[in-house]
Ligand binder design. Structure first.
Ligand SMILES: *Cc1c(COP(=O)(O)O)cnc(C)c1O
Length: 402
């Protein structure tokens, strides 16, 4: 095969992937330290088993599949009505937001939805992404040839970066140059911080005035503890004419291995709604019936109580990380409305240098902030998804040895 037939833009993807670099460093350390007792606070995956209400719903659905009368084959590409209606009731009506079940597109993950959505847009549209942020928004646009070339400064030439740092209280300014697609992530992965109502209103106004579209990733909305903070972009007046929202059961309900998410495309964005529907019908064949029954069960009263209890467990761990590091004199952000703690490294230490030092002195692993964008340099991400007692041990080591 002639390599000239390959998509050239894949070669523009920046370096080796963050997590493979980290895995390699850990392996090297273990190679030279036979008795290493490494505690991982870098894990970006849930660890608590799926709640009983969802497990019961799956068992029941499996039994339905075994019986001629209740067997189901292909379902609607957009998701079954029972789950779309449950999502509207549980997520939107409950917060006073009007939503039509037809605006909900159920899928097998937010990662694929946020990566796939960009194919609905012209190749020459300009994008803005938060810095730092979940790498999928950028990488999917790199693959599509929309980002220009990667420069010395760690930026792509055609991308507008929305700096989110302690200096601006993690509330990015509006893009300096004209853009048509704006990615936002709140609560943010990796900083664990939440965009305020004022910030979101500013972006919604910008989008409506400039004919732009906001792609709002709310994967962690269920971790928001303060009811007055915006959970959905649709709490902001004007959002229905300029915003798509991505939500996932992965972090909400421990579905990272089960796979279920949804994307909201309001019918006010009628052309886009029709295009996403067409895209899903052509390239996607729906989420399994068994899994959609599990998602529906999250919204039963007992399912919701169980779900909240699991989230509270993670948030208790997050609170412990925050208070221990703060007591030790460090500056940390996040961890109040998200399972991520964003640690500002003292004395201008570089993220990857700190990774090595933390591993060598404490045998604790986290994620270097620079892996999430240039503005992440000088920060470090810890997560609250690990075992509570193990995390406690890690914090004791940090207090005593670092
Ligand atoms: C984990 C995560 C998702 C969810 O991805 P799934 O494919 O639904 O598992 C989406 N966005 C962000 C920012 C995440 O951290």
């Amino acid at each position: 095969m002639n390599e000239k037939i390959l998509n050239p833009y894949y070669d523009r993807l920046p370096g080796s992937y963050l997590f493979s670099t980290i895995a390699k460093k850990i392996k090297e350390y273990q190679g030279t330290h036979a008795n290493a007792d490494i505690i991982r606070l870098g894990i970006g995956d849930v660890t608590t088993p799926i709640i009983p209400a969802a497990i019961d719903a799956m068992h029941k659905a499996v039994d339905e599949m075994a019986c001629k009368e209740t067997f189901r084959g292909y379902g609607p590409e957009q998701g079954y009505d029972f789950v779309r209606e449950a999502i509207v009731r549980g997520e939107y009506t409950a917060r006073g937001i009007e939503m039509d079940p037809d605006d909900i597109f159920v899928s097998d993950g937010s990662k694929c939805d946020v990566a796939n959505i960009q194919e609905l847009f012209a190749t020459d549209v300009k994008i803005a992404i938060p810095d730092p942020v979940y790498p999928v928004y950028l990488d999917s646009n790199v693959m599509a040839g929309r980002t220009g070339v990667f420069g010395e400064d760690g930026h792509f030439s055609e991308v507008t970066y929305l700096a989110s740092t302690a200096e601006n209280n993690f509330q990015p300014d509006l893009p300096k140059n004209p853009v048509q697609l704006i990615y936002l992530c709140s609560p943010n992965n990796p900083t664990g911080t939440v965009l305020s109502r004022e910030t979101l209103q500013k972006f919604v106004n910008y989008a409506n005035e400039n004919g732009a579209l906001i792609l709002f990733d709310g994967a962690y909305n269920c971790y928001i503890q303060d009811e007055s903070l915006p959970h959905s972009i649709y709490e902001i007046p004007g959002a229905r004419t300029c915003a798509i929202e991505f939500r996932s059961f992965s972090k909400t309900a421990g579905f990272t291995g089960v796979r279920c998410a949804y994307t909201v495309v309001p019918h006010e964005l009628s052309k886009l709604h029709a295009m996403w529907n067409r895209r899903q019908c052509t390239k996607f064949n729906g989420v399994s019936y068994v899994v959609q029954r599990a998602a529906e069960a999250i919204y039963t009263p007992v399912g919701w109580e169980q779900t909240k209890a699991v989230i509270k467990g993670y948030m208790d761990t997050a609170a412990m990380i925050r208070s221990e590091l703060t007591a030790a004199g460090y500056t940390v952000f996040g961890g109040e409305h998200a399972p991520y703690i964003w640690w500002k490294l003292p004395n201008g230490e570089k993220s990857f240098d700190f990774f090595d030092r933390l591993l060598a002195t404490c045998e604790v692993v986290g994620t270097p902030g620079s892996g999430f964008g240039p503005c992440g340099e000088g920060y470090f991400r810890l997560t609250a998804f690990g075992d509570h007692e193990q995390t406690k041990v890690a914090l004791k080591r940090i207090r005593e040895k670092l």
